[in-house]
Design a protein around this ligand. Structure first.
Ligand code: HSE
Length: 433
């Protein structure tokens, strides 16, 4: 049996998970793949002896060269996170002809164009299953399972921290800050949650999903991103009354004119939508493709073992490619026959939830609906709670589809009305059709 030696950069939660999975399931992997995987070296600056069971501490070093200069190591597994040092190690490994497995979505989203080019030049594999949705094998599905499909849209709940917070806010009237604190105490949210709650982590993952979907590298900076920090309990209350939930969705979608939309934002989903019941820290990815139709994936997007499951599957893929002498058997991304244009954010069409805060006097709704009507924005539902005349009241309107540009024009006029008490809250709405 061929033995493949790997070097692991980073022995934190995920690195230790990978070592445990290789220890506990190594025999299963060998039996199924015909390859034995040996952890030859681990580079970690802070790991202490005894901290990682099943790892011989003599294999641990603080020096990156102990992996990079060891010609017997075939595969580098990058699990340090962060961007700059990870980029340096990955590029150095590729330049030395080592294949790479990484779980690092930030690295790939920011430097993917350079890294995939370097891998191609070196004729080395780069695998990244764990970078999107942890234990869900979505990268493999998109690269291999759906090879005969034209992918029309991908909708992702790809950030467990946000999904946990939104699920809790849907269930109870707890504030964003209270739920975030609870998520931090339970270890679901980072001490600095900015990347998660501002939608940046979802955008990193969407960058990879959209690139896989479209066969062209999608620039991270072209993704429009809105996080979840400004959602209020009132929004959840009205969503509930209207039969919707609120989810942070990462959306890549081919428009009717063939342009590609890439966006991350809170979204109202009908309760009957297949993703509406994805709660807590779970992730889900919904793919619409032809000829397969719809496919829904669900699972854990983070944590030592779901992530390690994905990393080990990549290691095994690379090991098999080495054994069969077919590196780059599957290109990281399919090449699109024709480059798609990215849709300008203001041209994106969506249905909307609009929460108006108005002084309730006769004629207010007339004024709002006539401004919306001037922009050809059609109303589908209106809801207003009891009030006393002259009080500030919330009016929620759902609209039919309109472009963001038309909506922005209408709302700048609405928000300038004297009867408008505060800026109108807008949330996009997606319907299953
Ligand atoms: N921080 C991510 C999340 C997990 O909350 O889903 C790693 O991608």
């Amino acid at each position: 049996m061929k033995k493949i030696k790997i070097g692991i950069f980073g022995c934190g939660t995920v690195g230790q998970g990978v070592i445990k999975v290789l220890n506990d399931f190594g025999a299963l992997v060998e039996q199924r793949s015909g390859c034995a995987i040996e952890v030859a070296r681990v580079v970690d600056r802070s790991l202490k002896e005894g901290e990682c069971p099943h790892l011989d501490f003599k294999k641990v070093s603080k020096e990156s060269d102990s992996i990079l200069n060891d010609s017997s190591i075939d595969v580098v597994v990058e699990l340090i996170g962060g961007v700059e040092a990870a980029r340096e190690f990955v590029l150095a490994a590729l330049s030395k002809g080592k294949h790479v497995v990484t779980a690092n979505k930030a690295l790939l989203a920011e430097h993917g164009a350079e890294i995939f080019q370097a891998a191609k030049k070196a004729d080395c594999d780069i695998y990244f299953e764990a970078s999107v949705a942890g234990g869900i094998p979505i990268i493999k599905a998109l690269r291999e399972g759906f090879v005969a499909n034209h992918i029309e849209a991908i909708y992702g709940i790809v950030n467990g921290t946000c999904n946990y917070i939104l699920s809790k806010m849907q269930e109870s009237p707890a504030s964003f800050n209270d739920v975030l604190k609870e998520a931090q105490e339970k270890g679901y949210a980072e001490a600095d949650p900015t990347f998660d709650v501002e939608g940046i982590d979802s955008a990193h993952k969407l960058c990879l999903l959209a690139s896989l979907m479209s066969g062209q590298w999608v620039d991270l900076n072209k993704i429009s991103v809105e996080g979840i920090t400004s959602l209020s309990n009132e929004d959840f209350e009205y969503a509930e009354m209207l039969g919707y939930v609120i989810k942070l969705l990462a959306i890549a979608k081919e428009s009717k004119n063939g342009e590609l939309e890439v966006r991350v934002h809170p979204t109202l989903l009908e309760k009957k939508h297949p993703m509406a019941n994805v709660s807590g820290v779970y992730n889900s990815i919904y793919v619409k493709a032809n000829p397969v139709g719809d496919a829904l994936f669900y699972g854990r997007g983070a944590g030592a073992f779901p992530t390690a499951s994905a990393v080990v599957s990549d290691i095994v893929d690379v090991a098999r490619n080495i054994v069969s002498g077919t590196p780059n058997r599957i290109a990281p991304f399919w090449k699109s026959a024709r480059e798609k244009k990215l849709k300008a954010p203001e041209k994106v069409e969506s249905e909307y939830y609009l929460r108006f805060s108005v002084v309730d006097t006769p004629g207010v709704m007339g004024k709002i609906s006539s401004i919306l009507g001037k922009q050809k924005i059609s109303i589908s539902s209106v809801i207003q709670k009891e009030r006393n005349e002259g009080e500030v009241v919330t009016v929620v309107v759902l609209t039919h589809s309109a472009s963001k540009l038309k909506l922005a024009k209408a709302l700048s006029e609405v928000d300038a009305l004297e009867v408008i008490h505060q800026k109108t809250r807008v949330i996009c709405l997606e319907r299953e059709n």
